[in-house]
Write a new protein. Sequence first.
Length: 177
Amino acid sequence: MANTVYIAQSLDGYIADIDGNIDWLQAIPNPENSDFGWTDFLARIDAVVMGKNTFLKVLSFDCPWAYPLPVFVLSTSMKSIPAGYENKIELISAIPHEVIKFIEAKGYKNLYIDGGVTIQSFLKEDMIDELIITTLPILLGDGYSLFGKLDIQLQFKHVKTEILLGEMIKSTYKRSR
């Protein structure tokens, strides 16, 4: 099983501003509407694991559902699936290693882990195998941090870096074990 994070952050390490907004992700013009490798990434993923807040943020976007894969939403407070998403998501209330065991039993092996709190909880249990992080050249000053406090050091190996639109840096790291 492989657990991958694919996310964007500000230069100062935030994935959302202090109000939870991510509109700053559109700050760099993208005249060719590049997906920056998103389609290729999804082609190697079996399922998505995201937190409730990320799920609710995705629901707020004015666009069709972005995930052609099974999506597992982690929440201890959400008791029902919003109308229209019953066949698209499944709710799970468990800690990361239990989540992985549950999803692996369903036959999924390559997971996309998304959402700040979810990513941090998976890192705390050393359950992230790959980080793909695109950094935008903007300082937010405050907000929701990509990384939180860890009790142990986690060593990753740099695999590659790409420059996107001449301004964004997309770096891939694999967990050294």
